[in-house]
Design a protein around this ligand. Structure first.
Ligand code: ADP
Ligand code: MG
Length: 398
C-alpha cells in the first residue's frame, strides 16, 4: 500500500530474525481457545515469513496482567492452538526478553516459528520503556507489525520497536489499512455512514469526525433517540441522553456546514419491556407512547436507509440500528445489513464495517463475509473512525 512498507518491500528474509507483533488475544475457557478467528487472521503473515525462510518470532499480549507474570495470562496454551491453525510446530519461550528468549531464538532454524511469552508480563511494555524495547529488539533483525487491533496503543511491541528495527506492515495490517483507506481515507463518493448503537456519549468524536468526511450520515439505534429528543420529539421511556441534547444539536450544525445530510428515523418499533418477544408496535417517531421505548427503527426508516445504501459508492458502518440481541428488534439491522451485503456482492458498493457489537450483528445477519471488509479490531477501528492517528500505524509510514 502506498505510504506503508509491507512484506513486499522486504527483499530478503532468509535466516533473518523477524519479530512479528500479532494479535493472539483470543477468547479462552478452561484453558482452551474457544474462537480462533484472530489466529486465523495472522496466519498468512506467519506462514509467508516462514516459507521465505525467516526465523519467525511472535510477540503478543494476552489479557490484562497487573503485577508481572500470572499463569492465567500465559500464552503457552495459545502456542499449541496457533500450531493447530498453522499446521506447523510453534515453539514457546517462557519470557519475551532475557535468557529464556535469547536461548530459544538461538535454537531456531530458518523457517521456524517461536512464540514468546506475554509482553505485558513486563511493565515496560505498556510504558513503551526504552530499556524494555531494546531488550525485545535484541532478539530481532526486522520488525513486522500485524496487530492493527493494538495499533491505537503506543506500547513497546506496537510502536517502540519500529524505532529500533526496520519496520513493515504484515498482511493483515496491510489489508486493514487498505480497507480503511477505501472507507474514509480516499473513498469513492458518495460516502454514506450508518452509526447506531446505544449511546451518543461513547461516539461524540466519531460523529464529529464523520460529518466532515461523509456525504450522508444515517443515525439509528438508541443514540438516534438523543437526536430526536434534541429537536423536540418526545421519545417516551426510550434510552436517551437528554443531557447531550446540545451536543447532538452541535453535530447537526457541523453536518449542515459540511454539507453532510443527517438521516434520523421516521418510524420506530416500540415496546414496554426490554426483552425478547416483548409485545411491540410500529409508530411514527412523533407518536411514541409515553410509557413505551424505541427498540428498533421501523420499516419506513429501513426503506430510507436502503435507498441511501443504493445511492452510496462507499458505506461505513458502526453500531446496530436497534437492540439486535433480542428478537424481533434485530429486524432493521438485519434487513439493512443484507441489503448492503447484496450491493457489495454485486460490486456496486464498497462496504466497511467494524465495532464489537456491529461484527456480532453482521454475523447474526449472516452477511459478514459479503461485506467488502469487516474489522474485528474494536478500539483501534473506533479510533480510526474518530479520525485519530494510530501510533502503531504512524511508525510504519514511509
Ligand atoms: P459497537 O460495539 O458495534 O460499537 P455499540 O456498543 O455502540 O456498538 O452499540 C451496541 C448496543 O446498542 C447493542 O447492545 C444494542 O442493544 C444497543 N442498542 C441499539 N439500539 C438500541 C435501542 N433503541 N435501545 C437500547 N439499546 C439499543
Ligand atoms: Mg459495543
Amino acid at each position: 500500500m502506498a505510504g506503508f512498507k509491507t512484506l513486499d518491500d522486504l527483499a530478503e528474509v532468509r535466516g533473518k530474525r523477524v519479530l512479528a507483533r500479532v494479535d493472539l488475544n483470543v477468547p479462552m475457557a478452561d484453558g482452551k481457545v474457544t474462537d480462533a478467528t484472530r489466529i486465523e487472521r495472522v496466519s498468512p503473515t506467519i506462514l509467508e515469513l516462514s516459507r521465505r525462510g525467516a526465523k519467525v518470532i511472535l510477540l503478543a499480549h494476552f489479557g490484562r496482567p497487573k503485577e508481572g507474570p500470572e499463569t492465567k495470562y500465559s500464552l503457552e496454551p495459545i502456542a499449541a492452538a496457533t500450531a493447530g491453525v498453522l499446521g506447523k510446530p510453534v515453539a514457546f519461550a517462557g519470557d519475551c526478553i532475557g535468557d529464556k528468549a535469547t536461548a530459544a531464538v538461538a535454537a531456531m532454524q530458518d523457517g521456524d516459528i517461536l512464540l514468546l511469552e506475554n509482553t505485558r508480563f513486563h511493565k515496560g511494555e505498556e510504558k513503551n520503556d526504552p530499556e524494555f524495547t531494546r531488550a525485545l529488539a535484541a532478539n530481532g533483525d526486522i520488525f513486522v507489525n500485524d496487530a492493527f487491533s493494538a495499533a491505537h496503543r503506543a506500547h513497546a511491541s506496537t510502536e517502540g520497536l519500529a524505532h529500533l528495527l526496520p519496520a513493515f506492515a504484515g498482511r493483515t495490517m496491510q489489508a486493514e489499512l487498505e480497507a480503511l483507506e477505501r472507507g474514509l481515507g480516499n473513498p469513492a463518493r458518495p460516502v454514506v455512514a450508518i452509526v447506531g448503537g446505544a449511546k451518543v456519549s461513547s461516539k461524540i468524536d466519531l460523529l464529529m469526525n464523520l460529518v466532515k468526511k461523509v456525504d450522508a450520515l444515517v443515525i439509528g439505534g438508541g443514540m438516534a433517540n438523543t437526536f430526536l429528543a434534541a429537536r423536540g420529539t418526545d421519545v417516551g421511556k426510550s434510552l436517551c441522553e437528554h443531557d447531550l441534547a446540545q451536543t447532538a444539536r452541535q453535530i447537526m450544525i457541523e453536518a449542515a456546514q459540511a454539507g453532510c445530510a443527517i438521516i434520523l428515523p421516521s418510524d420506530a418499533v416500540v415496546a414496554r419491556e426490554f426483552k425478547a418477544d416483548a409485545a411491540n408496535e410500529v409508530v411514527g417517531v412523533d407518536a411514541v407512547p409515553a410509557d413505551a421505548m424505541i427498540l428498533d427503527v421501523g420499516p419506513r426508516t429501513v426503506e430510507t436507509v436502503n435507498q441511501w445504501i443504493d445511492r452510496a459508492a462507499t458505506l461505513v458502518w458502526n453500531g446496530p440500528l436497534g437492540a439486535f440481541e433480542i428478537s424481533p428488534f434485530d429486524r432493521a439491522t438485519v434487513a439493512a445489513a443484507r441489503h448492503a451485503a447484496a450491493r457489495s456482492k454485486d460490486g456496486k458498493l464498497v462496504s466497511v464495517a467494524g465495532g464489537g457489537d456491529t461484527v456480532a450483528a453482521l454475523n447474526h445477519a449472516g452477511v459478514a463475509d459479503d461485506f467488502t471488509y469487516v474489522s474485528t479490531a474494536g478500539g483501534a477501528f473506533l479510533e480510526w473512525m474518530e479520525g485519530k492517528a494510530l501510533p502503531g500505524v504512524e511508525v510504519l509510514k514511509k
